[in-house]
Design a protein around this ligand. Sequence first.
Ligand code: SF4
Length: 414
Amino acid sequence: MHGGETPRPPFDGPVRHVYVHVPFCRARCDYCAFASVAVGGGGSATDVPRLFDAYVEGVAAEWERERAAHDVRRLRTLYLGGGTPSLLGPDRLERLLTVFRPHLTPQAEVTVEVNPEDAGTEFAAWAAGARRSPGSGALRGVRISLGVQSFLPELRAALGRTAQADPRAAFDRLRAAGVASIGLDLIHGIPGQTPELLAGDIATVLDLRPDHVSWYELDVSEGTALARRLARAEGTAGGGRRAAPVAALADDVRAAGYRRLVRALSRAGYDWYEVSNFARPGHKARHNLACWRARPYLGLGPGAVSTVGARRWTNSADPRAWAAALAAGRRPTRSVEELDDATRARERLLLAARCGEPVPLEAVSAVVDPDALAASAGAGLVSVRGGTLRVTRKGRHVADGLCVRLFRAPRLRG
Ligand code: SF4
């Protein structure tokens, strides 16, 4: 996917990237809108292992089915996300990887999302590559994305993260075991996250020196428990009661926090290569880069999304319905969307804007308003040179809003 390939229309070409959605969590966090089922407190002791085993078999069946249906080449990246993939444990994760290993390139990047409470010594040893299946070839362990959210327990509590495990101790165990690439996944804009508390998280990250950092702004989806708590806090704010501990941060505080962490990580030698992502040299997330470059990808598992060519489809989110469809020899598809040329062009620009990648102007000119483009170039938010358009570092701070402005006029003209 890197240099040397001919530019092609968004999502066209053979599939070399697979995302596997693991739809299980111990408990639901208050802010989360991802497709996942809480298994920590529910179900009998025998139900959950059976559910996990059926899930692993289902992914294997879905992979075989999709592999036969599309032009799938050796995979350059495989990403196990969720949900909480680490909840499956090393044995089932190993079984899952065994399904894919024969289909990976020797240098393939394999990423597993891990929650701190699962990262014990046995898990860390597995992640470091202590155990290999026949045919694993040159594959050395896996890349880990560790879900921290915040190093401060009170901020994790504000997000409704019930698990108590210390993310710093989990990171240390993974490092000590020899995991070659560890990323930390954090959130900013958390209710109650003062500039001082954010500075504390930044200092801990710089102290640990992870290979990769994803630092997303809190996105409170409608219908989540946190959205309801924030709405209640807003309702009481003017009533003279004491300040609610879950009040949302003001927009300017969030924006200042974001600028601060971008500055701190950049100064510490991290490449700010996407709106929310930072990497030390040689540690950019190749799977995410492929998505941002609009490469075709297959999504397997309940709720997973795939995009190949002009077609995007989404699986049934219910693990049992998904498994039943596969067991009956049917595709577990819930919905299908045909992407028209304008939608693909807009997505191409939106994705490229997030990482400052150049886009051939002719590929997006049909959906970009020339006046808005000129104004944005004048403001230093984009540069247009040699027939390519690129969103600058300054523009990346406001990438999504910038694209909306660039798109508006063509949409109105319809
Ligand atoms: S935030 Fe992560 S761990 Fe929490 S419910 Fe969502 S997917 Fe599960």
